[in-house]
Design a protein around this ligand. Structure first.
Ligand SMILES: [Cu+2]
Length: 497
């Protein structure tokens, strides 16, 4: 949504204020589509410009001082398989940042997680969009120590890769929508400073938005919808379910599955994407909901996003609590507890008058079968924490940009065993090299899929197969609760040819 649209919805009173979340006024807010980035396209070469800047927007009817790529969500970069991209990025923020092309299989020298773009400077990201990569990706900052404040402030946008499979009649005939899921917390028009609790848990917010709109209404023109979903939140998990309808999963982080998978609900951890088909067979209004989910975070009693919780935030009690630290058990004991998020409505879908959904595609794209028996290395990555200090570890160490944690051979297949030794969920994200989940808790994965982010529940063990293909260089893996990434849960992978 651009600034003018935000102002328009705000002026019409269609979006509600976050302090008055029980008012029904925003039920009528129309569903906003993120705008598409204008590009120059000629002879298979795409030129585009993305600029990060401070932005005064209106969010949910209130002024909000954010950092964005020109509105929130940032403009969608739409690319096609095989294209050469010359993406110029300019930093007009007062602090260093950079651009991470989350999920794209491009050289780490281009998508360099350690590069900095200083204020006023630009950097050219030149790469080829891999064949077979059609899917839903995103871009966001990746400056160690500042990812949480920068992402939370609105620096995120979608990157959609189109491919030949999108021409399938069952996909082409569907009505496509992009859904960027993000929560926010404000103090006045500002995003407040991070508390110790925020660094421990990852910050959530009481204001839940889809494309920056609160509980918008999507009036479907067609009976089959293709939803491209992104969890752009720092720490909030979305356990998604649509009333009276299953979701047909057609793509995960790295593109298409072999065939649609029917799901009653879909868990989207921070950083993950999914594409689902929705088949509306009866007229009516159906709510897309985030069901309660307990990720092991410490929450305010009564729910972190409740009005009471917000009141405490406004009056600085959260700050007081954090200054007291966890040693101040009286204060913490009265305010904190473990618990799930509560059920939230994200969006209402209005079905057309006499809907006739398309058949499901019988098959999508072949997903290569990786042979773990051929792996040349098996590695173990143990996620750990010193919770009270808000310090996070992989294999007992906090991130050090000067240390190479894993040295691997270009062209090899590896099996990584991810072990979560903490009491909290952590979404594990690997740059550059898409992987497949082999098993979870000893059980084989229910279907083959390319992923770049996989959630680990507490005490869970997930095995993934990682083909280290095409590009040598230095890249990273980390927790995508970005506070944990900023506070140490990241390591360096060096792949040598
Ligand atoms: Cu984490």
């Amino acid at each position: 949504m651009n600034r003018r649209e935000l102002l328009k919805y705000g002026a019409l009173g269609l979006a509600s204020s976050y302090g008055l979340s029980r008012l029904p006024a925003f039920a009528q807010s129309p569903f906003p589509q993120p705008r598409t980035l204008e590009v120059l396209r000629a002879d298979g070469v795409v030129e585009a410009q993305i600029t990060a800047r401070q932005s005064n927007l209106t969010l949910s009817g209130k002024p909000a001082r954010l950092m964005t790529y020109g509105g929130f969500p940032g403009p969608t970069l739409r690319l096609r398989e095989g294209e050469t991209v010359r993406l110029n990025f300019t930093n007009n923020l007062p602090e260093a940042t950079n651009l991470h092309l989350h999920g794209l299989h491009v050289p780490p020298s281009v998508d360099d997680p350690l590069a900095l773009v200083q204020p006023g400077e630009s950097r050219l990201y030149e790469f080829t969009v891999p064949k077979g990569s059609a899917g839903t990706y995103w871009y966001h900052p990746h400056v160690h120590g500042r990812v949480a404040p920068q992402l939370y402030a609105g620096l995120a946008g979608l990157l959609v890769v189109e491919g030949p499979l999108d021409a399938l009649p069952e996909l082409k005939g569907a009505e496509e929508h992009l859904l960027v899921l993000k929560d926010w917390l404000f103090s006045g028009n500002r995003i407040p400073a991070w508390t110790h609790m925020d660094w421990m848990n990852g910050r959530e917010g009481n204001l839940l938005t889809v494309n920056a709109a609160v509980r918008p209404t999507l009036r479907a023109q067609k009976a089959t919808l293709r939803l491209r979903l992104l969890n752009a939140s720092n720490a909030r998990y979305y356990r998604l379910a649509l009333e009276n309808h299953p979701l047909y999963l057609i793509a995960t982080d790295g593109g298409f599955l072999e065939k649609p998978v029917e799901l009653p609900e879909l868990l989207l951890a921070p950083g993950e994407r999914a594409e689902v088909l929705v088949r509306l067979s009866r007229p009516g209004n159906y709510r897309l909901q985030a069901l309660p989910y307990d990720r092991g975070a410490m929450m305010m009693h009564g729910g972190m996003m409740g009005d009471q919780g917000m009141g405490m935030m406004d009056h600085g009690m959260m700050d007081h609590g954090s200054r007291g630290g966890m040693g101040d058990t009286g204060m913490m004991g009265s305010m904190m507890g473990m618990g799930a998020t509560r059920l939230e409505t994200l969006l209402t879908i209005v079905a057309p008058a006499s809907p006739k959904p398309l058949p499901l595609p019988a098959s999508l794209a072949p997903v290569e079968r990786l042979e773990p028996a051929r792996a040349t290395a098996t590695r173990r990555f143990e996620l750990g924490e010193r919770m009270m200090q808000a310090e996070f570890f992989i294999n007992g160490q906090m991130f050090d940009p000067a240390r190479v944690d894993v040295r691997a051979q270009l062209g090899s297949l590896e099996v990584w065993e991810l072990v979560n030794k903490t009491d909290m969920d952590h979404p594990f994200h690997l740059h550059t090299y898409p992987f497949q989940v082999l098993s979870r808790g000893g059980k084989p994965a229910p279907y083959r899929a390319w992923k770049d982010t996989v959630n680990l529940r507490k005490n869970e063990v997930v095995r993934i197969a990682v083909p280290l293909r095409d590009f040598s260089g230095v890249t990273v893996y980390h927790c995508h609760i970005v506070e944990h990434e900023d506070r140490g849960m990241m390591g360096i992978l060096q792949v040598k040819g």
